[in-house]
Ligand binder design. Structure first.
Ligand code: MCN
Length: 795
């Protein structure tokens, strides 16, 4: 019997390649084969807000090595239109997107104005410096306070800088709060941050005049999305555009937005110039012209009883959308709905305003609105516990949705437009596990011991629920080669999540072939032209289910063909180690041979060459073995879920704060995570480690420092603090819970974002516990903590 691989700690098949430097990223494409590749550079706005009065490119064209320069007025047809608003929403009354090259106004430092293509990047950069732009500088709107004050407008036709106002409610929260025995209110803030993948954005394109086809390589999270935009804007049929996503050095959300201006400009230039063109973003460009997230300010009113049970919750928040809103209201809608976490809030009302500012646009960053929501809810739980003098874990337990209450409908609408209905979970069991793992009940004694030595330590806990695996669909194609090897194509892209391993595990199990015989290709529109993309922790649920269904289709076909060839009943067959066998006999056929037999052109099978012969002299031709089947041993299927599936988890942290320097050190970090049935625990744990590292970054270091003129002051890795390996907890203690999802065939829930969600909430709680000072704003640096201490001492 072949061992089932689902649930096993299978080593990642892609790692050998990556660890030996054999990954192939966008910047490696065409390097060896096309010395004639041209290189692009972009002139970006130095002003946060300005009208473009004139652009003079004369000097550029005199520079040796320059091939072309484009400004907005040179863009042909649909290329001159604003970029698409990817996710419209009725509440987004004033959605705005930028142009591929700014038309008459720039709205953030870094907005693209002109595009130069030259022999190499050096010449292209020199050429950019020769472009003369005259600006009428306008007053910028920087930060949420300035946007709310609305003394200046980001977009003239957007009153009060409000792109959207939205409200959701379940019951009458203000009335429930007014009637509650206890009430508190809180003001909470999370700063702006950004994903910072190791590899920035990049795109390469080549036009083939012989076939009138365009090939685009993009470091994207959605190759099909890029393909659709490129085809539409360049006036090509979808069929003329292939988008290939090579290895991607991290995406974390920023590469789901599409098309980035360069994803249209590079293909346009390649076609116009008849030479391949490449653009690779540098780090400063990533800081000032790719997307940010997180920045939100929240006001909470909560009413509760003496046991800490929430009776009414009323949240108002302000979301900094940056200069444009290409991704609609996804981030604030996720905050609004997911802040509820594992709790029943009694009556609930949430309202938000999405505000334009003259800063880099905001699109989802791993966690997408959830770290803010979790911070709001968990700080509220801690505040209730403090008010009542109760144990913080007990207050949470008093508010949990119970295991027998699933499916649990919150009476709200989730990000995918469907009901916010949790499918399964066991929050009391998770709480029990995390308390055991971190030693919650024994901590007061440890704290007292530390205090006796003059040390300050504190413990914090944060719970979250994460809607994962949103639709609408994903597909998969499974093809058994005549060699017996299996090629699997999924349409969404991979940025490091280990998809080549997990989907091979599913196929190997279903088809009964060895893991090493399965090869998974992702994000190549030539192989799978219809797909959505990698975001919202959806690949395991969506592509995993599609791969399972497609592999099952291939297996069923293999068994049908083999049954006829072996003159056996399908129910008597099994596939083990790549061989179809009649159970209990020696009769068998290798899966590769079944693939040969699946070709209906076959008149006979030549054992020696392992090929089907098309003509046999004297044999007028037998019908194909499986007459009703299409040729080829393939399976293709799509999966579309009813609604999202809800993963959950809890983090607990112990920190130590230095009484003199206010330095904050994480002593222990524990995680309990429930993503339903786990395909590969090692990969899930890797995802948690990466997420926790980003959560620590968000809690203690990362923040976009804009000055009042809208210049990003820390747009480099010298100035933007990210946690190094020295700041990420050395050991992240993890325990799993598996409550299967009833919504998909494998019982899976997503895991890719979970690790980042509760970081700020848990660390804030631990610092608060160590210091006895309310922590309401993250990230918190030693100097912030020092200032809070000083304020406490001198009220
Ligand atoms: N998995 C599993 N069992 C489960 C759930 C997941 O074995 N029950 C595995 C999956 O098969 C997959 C990985 O865990 O290999 C993550 O799965 P999933 O939760 O479906 O997330 P996605 O694969 O859709 O990845 C997207 C998610 C998001 S939204 C961001 S942002 C993110 C993240 O993944 N960006 C990442 N993790 C990242 N990891 C890396 N290295 N780089 C990024 O850019």
């Amino acid at each position: 019997m072949t061992t089932r691989l689902f649930g096993q700690r299978v080593e990642r098949v892609e790692d050998q390649r990556f660890l030996r430097g054999r990954g192939r990223y966008v910047d490696d494409v065409l390097v060896d084969t096309h010395a004639g590749t041209l290189h692009a550079a972009v002139l970006r706005s130095p002003h946060a807000h300005a009208r473009i009065v004139g652009i003079d490119v004369e000097a550029v064209l005199d520079l040796d090595g320059v091939h072309a320069v484009w400004t907005h007025e040179d863009l042909p047809g649909p290329m001159a239109e604003p970029l698409p608003l990817l996710i419209p929403h009725p509440a987004l009354t004033h959605g705005r997107t930028q142009h591929a090259l700014a038309r008459d106004e720039v709205n953030y430092v870094g907005e693209a104005i002109a595009f130069v293509v030259a022999e190499d990047r050096y010449v292209a950069e020199d050429a950019v410096d020769l472009i003369r732009v005259s600006y009428e500088v306008l007053p910028p709107v920087v930060g949420i306070d300035a946007a709310r004050a609305a003394t200046c407008a980001v977009h003239d036709d957007v009153p009060d800088n409000v792109g959207a106002r939205m409200e959701q409610r379940n019951g009458d929260a203000p009335a429930a709060i007014a009637a509650a025995p206890r009430r508190i209110s809180l003001d909470l803030m999370i700063e702006r941050s950004s994903c910072q993948p190791m590899e920035g954005r990049g795109v390469v394109s080549r036009w083939d005049p012989d076939t009138s086809r365009l090939t685009v390589w993009s470091s994207t999270q959605t190759s099909t999305g890029v393909r659709g935009c490129v085809a539409a804007r360049l006036g090509l049929d979808l069929d003329q555009v292939d988008v290939i996503t090579p290895d991607v050095g991290g995406g974390f959300g920023v590469k789901i937005n599409h098309p980035w201006p360069e994803e249209l400009l590079v293909p346009m230039a390649a076609r116009a110039l008849g030479r391949p063109v490449k653009f690779t973003e540098d780090r400063r460009e990533h800081f000032i012209s790719s997307a940010h997230e997180r920045g939100q300010v929240h006001h909470v009113e909560v009413g509760f009883d003496d046991d800490g049970r929430v009776l009414g919750l009323d949240v108002m928040f302000w979301h900094d959308h940056g200069a444009y809103s290409p991704y609609g209201l996804i981030v604030p809608i996720i905050t609004a709905t997911q802040l509820l976490g594992p709790y029943k809030p009694g009556a609930y009302r949430v309202r938000f305003e999405s505000l334009f500012t003259n800063t880099v646009m905001v699109t989802p960053y791993r966690g997408a609105g959830r770290p803010q929501g979790c911070f709001v809810m968990e700080r509220t739980m801690d505040a209730i516990a403090a008010e009542l003098g109760l144990d913080r874990a007990e207050v949470r337990a008093a508010n949990f949705i119970q295991p027998d209450e699933f499916p649990f409908d919150h009476g709200l609408v989730f990000q995918d437009g469907r009901e916010l209905e949790y499918d399964s979970g066991d929050y009391p069991a998770s709480l029990h596990k995390i308390k055991e793992l971190i030693g919650w009940d024994g901590f007061p004694a440890l704290k007292a011991e530390a205090a006796a030595e003059g040390r300050r330590i504190g413990i914090g806990l944060a719970c979250y629920v994460e809607g994962t695996g949103v639709g609408p669909y994903e597909g998969a194609h499974v093809h058994v080669e005549t060699s017996g090897k299996v090629k699997v194509a999924i349409g969404l892209t991979t940025q490091g999540q280990g998809h080549a391993t997990v989907f091979a595990q599913i196929v190997a199990d279903e088809l009964g072939v060895p893991l090493e015989d399965v090869e998974v290709v992702s994000g190549d529109t030539r192989r799978m032209p219809y797909a959505v993309g990698t975001f919202a922790s959806r690949a395991a649920v969506m592509s995993g289910s599609a791969v399972h269904l497609a592999a099952k289709a291939a297996k069923d076909k293999a068994l049908r063909i083999a049954a006829e060839a072996l003159e056996a009943d399908v129910d008597d067959l099994e596939i083990v180690d790549g061989v179809v066998r009649v159970r209990g006999t020696d009769a068998s056929l290798a899966l590769g041979t079944v693939a040969v037999l699946s070709n209906p052109l076959r008149y006979a099978f030549d054992e020696a060459s392992k090929l089907a012969t098309q003509f046999v002299v004297g044999d007028p031709g037998k019908p194909p073995v499986a007459e009703d089947d299409e040729p080829g041993l393939e399976g293709r299927d799509f999966y579309s879920p009813q609604r999202a599936t809800f993963a959950s988890g809890m983090h607990a942290v112990i920190v130590e704060t230095d009484p003199d320097t206010a330095e904050i050190r994480i002593l222990r970090y524990a995680v309990v995570h429930d993503c339903g049935n786990i395909i590969n625990p090692m990969i899930v744990e890797g995802q948690i480690h990466g997420g926790v590292a980003q959560g620590v970054g968000g809690a203690l270091y990362e923040k976009m420092e804009y000055d009042e003129s809208g210049q990003l002051q820390n747009a480099s890795f010298m100035d933007f603090l990210m946690p190094y390996v020295t700041e990420v907890p050395g050991e992240i203690e993890i325990d799993h819970l598996e409550t299967p999802s009833p919504l998909n065939p494998l019982g899976i829930k997503g895991a890719g974002e979970a690790g980042v969600i509760p970081g700020s909430a848990a660390i804030a709680a631990a610092i608060e516990d160590a210091e006895g000072i309310a922590i309401t704003s993250m990230p918190i640096s030693p100097s912030d903590l020092f200032a809070l201490r000083s304020r406490k001492e001198t009220p």
